[in-house]
Design a protein around this ligand. Structure first.
Ligand code: ZN
Length: 86
């Protein structure tokens, strides 16, 4: 039985997921895919600059944009190629 609310179970599931991802990436690499520029980025999309919700008002008052309300919160995986300026 899975209990997602127990922290120790959550850690175990996370560790399992990480191992699966690692395996998948290794398989891709073995298939000849170039993963040397693979990047994992956390992305957050905040509310509009003029938003007047509680979170955004608070963020404005504290002058901390990280406190703004979020529309999206997640991760993006991409292969960074071609950009030579960075
Ligand atoms: Zn807002």
């Amino acid at each position: 039985m899975l209990n997602f609310k127990s922290p120790s179970n959550r850690d175990r599931i996370l560790a399992l997921a990480m191992r699966q991802i690692e395996k998948m990436l290794k398989d891709m690499q073995n298939d000849g895919k170039d993963l040397s520029h693979l990047k994992l980025k956390k992305f957050q999309k905040t509310h509009h600059i003029d938003c007047k919700c509680k979170l955004c008002e608070e963020a404005k008052r504290k002058n901390d944009p990280r406190l703004r309300g979020l529309i999206e919160d997640g991760f993006k995986v991409y292969v960074d190629g071609g950009k030579k300026s960075e």
